[in-house]
Design a protein around this ligand. Structure first.
Ligand code: APR
Length: 242
């Protein structure tokens, strides 16, 4: 078993080394080893809360204080965590590949903290917010925000800069992501359950465009699409590959 995995790792390492263009898609699983709960795992965030009650525009309309409470709680968890070797491996990869794009579904900001720059935070960033009245965007890392944070400019109600269920991905991000999937030699899909669109379709777009697709996940889902499936933890496998 051991040497079969080593062979897989060697194959992936060689493929990446010979790639001109690499696109990476990450999900909550890449932050799991930083101690941040995933959404749908056994300790999943959604176990305690229902997405519909929290991460939707309707929920915010109905009870902004409850939604902010949930995000304050998550900000508190994330603030105490650090980027892990998987995040760090991807910043190394970014600096060694001519054409590179990291697309993350995560809002924890850990890729940015690890040093990733060629990155799209497709679902937003939990440290950013914008004003529901004047649209002013800001970033704030305070852990003692008031129950209903107000805009510094117009005192309007702020909301988290997160793409909620039912909301569109920021224009440009989707096109840029699809383009990267269509123009890459290799795609790494790391730590996502592939249940949320449009990210869930990126691997098949890459595959149809001739990319070599690698999935890294203890519970892989791209079984008939991936060229290589590494059933393991990102923080263990990625540093070995990169
Ligand atoms: N290394 C790699 N993958 C892991 C690890 C690990 N150490 N631990 C767990 N995983 C995998 C799980 O097997 C699962 O497939 O990470 C995945 C996490 O899946 P989800 O919790 O569904 O998270 P994600 O796919 O990012 O969710 C997508 O859904 O809730 C919305 O907007 C939210 O961005 C989120 C989106």
């Amino acid at each position: 078993m051991k040497n079969a995995v080593d062979d897989q790792l060697k194959k992936v390492t060689q493929k990446i080394a010979s790639s001109e263009a690499v696109v990476v898609l990450t999900g909550a699983g890449i932050s799991a080893e930083s101690g941040i709960p995933t959404f749908r795992g056994e300790d999943g965030l959604w176990k305690k809360h229902r997405a519909e009650d929290l991460a939707t525009p309707e929920a915010f309309q109905r009870n902004p204080q409850l939604v902010w409470e949930w995000y304050q709680w998550r900000r508190g968890i994330i603030a105490a965590k650090k980027a892990n070797p998987a995040h760090e491996a991807l910043t190394l990869l970014e600096s060694s590949i001519r054409q590179f794009l990291l697309i993350t579904q995560n809002v924890d900001g850990l890729h940015g903290r690890a040093g990733s720059r060629k990155m799209i935070e497709m679902h937003g960033n939990i440290w950013k917010m914008w004003c529901t009245v004047c649209g002013e965007k800001m970033e704030n890392h305070a852990l003692d925000l008031p129950p209903l944070p107000q805009c510094v400019k117009c005192e309007g109600l702020l909301r988290p800069d997160i793409v909620w269920f039912g909301e569109a991905i920021q224009s440009g991000h989707l096109e840029q992501s699809i383009q990267a999937c269509q123009n890459s030699d290799t795609m790494l899909v790391i730590g996502t359950s592939g249940v949320v669109q449009p990210a869930a379709s990126f691997a098949s777009i890459a595959k149809e465009s001739g990319a070599y697709v690698v999935e890294i996940n203890p519970k892989p889902y791209l079984l008939d699409i991936a060229d290589v499936t590494l059933s393991g933890k990102a923080a263990e496998l990625l540093p070995k590959i990169i």
